[in-house]
Design a binder for this molecule. Sequence first.
Ligand code: FES
Ligand SMILES: [Fe+2]
Length: 357
Amino acid sequence: MSARKANSPSSPETLPAGWYASPEIYAAEREAIFRREWALIGREAEVAQPGDYLSDDIAGWPVFVLRGKDNQLRGFHNVCRHRAGPLVDPGAGRCSMLRCRYHGWVYDGEGALQRAPGLELGRDIKPCDFSLYRVRVECWNGLVFVCLDAQAPDVEEWLGDVVEIARDFPAIADLTFKRQTTMAGRANWKNYSDNSCEGYHVGFVHASLGKTVADEKIEIKPYENGRFVGFDVTYEASEADRSRHGRGFWIYKFPCLLLHFAEYSFNCEAVRPAGVSAVELKRWFWCDDDRAAELGVRAEDAIESAETVMAEDIGICEAVQRNLEAGIYETGRMAPTEEIGTIYFQTLVRDALEGKL
Ligand code: FES
Ligand SMILES: [Fe+2]
């Protein structure tokens, strides 16, 4: 299989259906994409105190970040050096001691082995050979990111123009955290990303959105500096819909991050590949209730509307996934303007896999 495919300049060809259902492609993506890119793991507020941790699975790599006694945030693979047991449970939590849940090997906050029941450190094994595997961790705008690649640029460089765009909107520190939502779908991660990079489907898939957004202006374009698709949107709230108003900026950042800035709120979504045909979505919502009220927006309506839209997107992606796997469709052609974001996203996937298949 070749990663490069000649695209017609007027109507580019989609990625082949097989790319959405192939264990070989997914294995190549793990190495070429997910091992190299930053991934959002959660909120900085969840790891504010020494002993706080955040743990999750990033495309098949269980990792966690831990606030040490020295107040430093460090990242590790959640894999014990004895027989690969887990150190912490999934999600956010707190631990006074980093002790493996399988046979109780103990590590300090820097991942150095301190105790191994039944073995004498220094005599039976050299502790320095059995430190936890490290991952990088950096924060931006109250969000915690991890990266497996020591050579990757720092997270702000990785975000590129996102950092500048974010300056036009309230920072997380100025907003109130509302809630986190998790949804899962039976769809390849690219299927969900393809959908997230275009607004072509909105009038068909999001009936509620189409009906109630009174007036909407939108400009969609790819940004090379940061490799993302930006949707610069202006909404006009109506009597029927008080879930959105004013300027918003939606971003689909390659490979797996959604950021939604508004004048009165922020929400972001981590798209987690969970195998060839499974995806998990984690979304966090913040709002400035006073500012929202001034603009005539009801914060709870905004969150509920976003959750409805997310469920509708998963629904259509699951239907598409079944069809991609059915064995009749091979490739299609995309609308050059309406699907400019998806075209760009698929180019990034092809580029990442070039020479790897
Ligand atoms: S696997 Fe961790 S102590 Fe055995
Ligand atoms: Fe959608």
